[in-house]
Design a protein. Structure first.
Length: 672
């Protein structure tokens, strides 16, 4: 099959880059379609394999190839989501002819087992029983540290014991080192006994197995890794193997090819720089930056080039931007123009909006997105890491009957089903709580209750004189004897007693009263909570729709986690349900708006729009500062070969730079 030798021929570059601000997937698809004459040969890429960072990119590339083939029906290549540093994409899949990989451990089982190991550690070391909530909090920190180790090629836990012997260390660091034996000793043994592996470790094993399979039997068709920065060991393993293939290509996102050798050396020592990860990837691949070619078919005008140079300089290390006048003189001289002309070119199409507060920020963004619809076929995308801001903008757009759901989804606990079941979990622990009675019965998913407002007014307000629903019945019966001037009559009392007795019957039917139980297993409690939610709702409301399905998955997750923890107090389990509901997200199956989008930085990778709105540009929002390590100070991490937490900030800066170089960009932030 004919393929352009400039792209796939002997001696052609193996590593390419698409400049920042370009429509990455459109450029990639257009050149691939041209190189193989896709319009006239619909199956020209059918045997090709293309790796992209995430599933959204995979879908968009499929559509871009169809458009690049002039909307001719084609046989699509095998487009796979590879995953990146902060992504939760599944590990790459290939023909594992070299080895059979152990399955990845389920997240709930992983968290529950780590929590049980934490409890066992404290029982053995101090005889202390750690509450499940505290054990799970520690387990989350341990899981995060494990993931960071799997994402750090040079991580070596063997040096931990030597660190603990350092005479200059405080006692609490020695205790931390002892505690970390959970993941350096107990955890690997448990994984081996169970025949499973950590998810990120399996991703690396899968990538290595794929690479070995490629090298043993090199594919004759193109293998392309596009849009990845190479931030993970798994990504770099695939890249190294792709370079050895006859038609293996790597297409990097936004490499700064104009940087000098001196500048690159400085970037390699600055992990928070947007180009740091890309340059480290080239070092790992043993590729000189000068050997990276610019992707064919891209025309860069002086204005676009000026914007890129300006953005790159703005994101340079602080000591490199001490004198902007000299920097602008150098940039304008390189561009062959004067400083005012260069600045005008660089800033054309770039706007800044300073909002008074977060509410004004959301309103301004919603208005800009609404304005975009006045132009036919013009698109706009809001990109922000602030999930709350994304939800506010989405809600404001609904006032104009415009549905643009945030692509990152919303917490299950904020959905109708999730909040309802979370309330039921708390209510099962204390059925007589007047606040929970009203909260559950007035919820949108609850079955209608007559005269609920009068019931709450007459019998639930004031000091609580009862513990259980049965005592509430007696309280209502004798309420007129307590209040000197009752505002209710006998009929109100009868209706109130009838209502409470119906609640008692529902609790008995669901066997959901956990108030008198000291400890309960997760499986037992989840069944009772689910039965209570069903008994007081409009069947089958708790489990209907995407939020109902997500809530069902939430309860299953909690059940699996609690299996490893054993029996616990009902209140602790209710707290676990609500805590997990705030962490799990659900995306509703609404059709995407044809012109408007709301993305997080991860979802926005490789995406583009006619108008890009970058919002939430406040300190510790974008980029978000890395959370402090609960166990290891930064110099310990470095000595153990763990990655620098600042690397995440560098990737966030790279995401920003890619988007800020688009032709029409609006930067938005709230002044307070």
């Amino acid at each position: 099959m004919a393929r352009d030798p400039a792209l796939f021929g002997v001696g052609a570059p193996k590593v390419w880059s698409i400049p920042p601000g370009e429509n990455f997937l459109k450029c990639l698809a257009a050149e691939l379609a041209r190189a193989v004459d896709l319009q006239n040969i619909p199956d020209a890429l059918a045997d090709a394999t293309i790796y992209v960072p995430n599933r959204r990119s995979a879908r968009e590339l499929t559509a871009a190839l169809f458009l690049a083939a002039n909307e001719t029906p084609i046989l699509s290549p095998d487009i796979r989501a590879m995953g990146d540093l902060e992504s939760d994409e599944a590990p790459p899949v290939a023909e594992f002819s070299v080895t059979d990989l152990p399955p990845a451990l389920a997240p709930a089982k992983r968290l529950g087992t780590l929590a049980s190991l934490v409890q066992a550690y404290y029982r053995e070391s101090s005889g202390m029983d750690v509450p499940p909530s505290s054990a799970l909090a520690a387990a989350n920190e341990l899981a995060r540290l494990l993931d960071q180790a799997h994402l750090s090629p040079g991580a070596d836990w063997s040096g931990l014991a030597d660190l603990a012997k350092d005479a200059d260390l405080a006692q609490h660091w020695e205790n931390s080192a002892k505690f970390l034996e959970i993941i350096t000793d107990a955890w690997p043994k448990w994984l081996e006994e169970q025949g499973v592996t950590d998810p990120l470790q399996r991703r690396l094993l899968a990538a290595e197995a794929t690479a070995e399979a490629w090298l043993a039997h090199p594919p004759e068709a193109p293998v392309i890794i596009a849009g990845s920065t190479g931030a993970t060991p798994a990504g770099r393993a695939l890249m190294k193997a792709a370079l050895q293939l006859p038609m293996g290509l790597i297409v990097l996102p936004g490499l700064d090819s104009a940087a000098s050798e001196e500048h690159r050396a400085g970037i390699l020592s600055e992990v928070g720089h947007p180009q740091n990860t890309l340059l480290n990837t080239l070092v790992a691949l043993e590729i000189e930056p000068g050997a990276v070619a610019e992707w064919p078919g891209i025309e860069i005008g002086p204005k676009r080039d000026a914007r890129r140079r300006m953005i790159m300089e703005a994101l340079a290390p602080a000591d490199a931007t001490a004198d902007w006048r000299d920097t602008l003189d150098q940039l304008s001289a390189t561009a062959g123009t004067d400083v005012p002309s260069f600045a005008r070119d660089a800033l054309e199409g770039l706007s800044l909006v300073e909002a008074a507060d977060e509410s004004a920020e959301a309103s301004a963004i919603a208005l800009m997105m609404r304005e975009t619809l006045e132009a036919k076929d013009r698109t706009a995308a809001l990109v922000t890491p602030d999930a709350g801001l994304a939800r506010r903008v989405s809600a404001l757009l609904k006032r104009w009957d415009i549905s643009v759901p945030p692509s990152a989804g919303i917490p299950v606990g904020r959905t109708a089903a999730g909040s309802f079941v979370g309330l039921c979990a708390k209510w099962a622990v204390d059925p007589g709580d007047p606040v929970l009675i009203v909260a559950v019965l007035t919820h949108e998913l609850a079955a209608p209750v007559d005269d609920l407002a009068d019931f709450e007014l007459h019998f639930l307000r004031g000091p609580r004189r009862w513990k259980s629903l049965q005592e509430l019945v007696e309280s209502i019966r004798t309420r007129d004897m307590i209040e000197p001037y009752p505002q209710f009559g006998p009929d109100d009392q009868i209706r109130g007693i009838t209502l409470v007795e119906s609640l008692i019957a529902r609790f008995e039917h669901a066997d959901a009263d956990l108030s008198q139980i000291e400890e309960v297993t997760g499986d037992d409690a989840i069944q009772r909570i689910a039965a209570l939610a069903e008994s007081v709702s409009q069947t089958p409301m708790p489990w209907a729709g995407e939020d109902g399905a997500a809530t069902s998955r939430l309860l299953e997750f909690v059940r699996e986690v609690s299996e490893s923890l054993g029996p616990m107090r009902p209140a602790a389990l209710a707290d676990l349900v609500n805590a997990q509901a705030s962490q799990m997200t659900v995306s509703f199956g609404e059709a995407e708006h044809p012109q408007l989008s709301i993305w997080g930085p991860l979802e926005a990778r490789l995406q583009s729009a006619d108008r890009v709105i970058l919002a939430g540009l406040n300190e510790d929002v974008w980029p978000k500062r890395p959370a402090p390590d609960a166990f290891l100070p930064r110099h310990f991490r470095a000595r153990l070969g763990l990655g620098d937490p600042e690397e995440r900030m560098g990737l966030a800066a790279h995401d920003f730079a890619q988007l800020a170089c688009a032709p029409d960009v609006t930067l938005v932030y709230a002044s307070r």
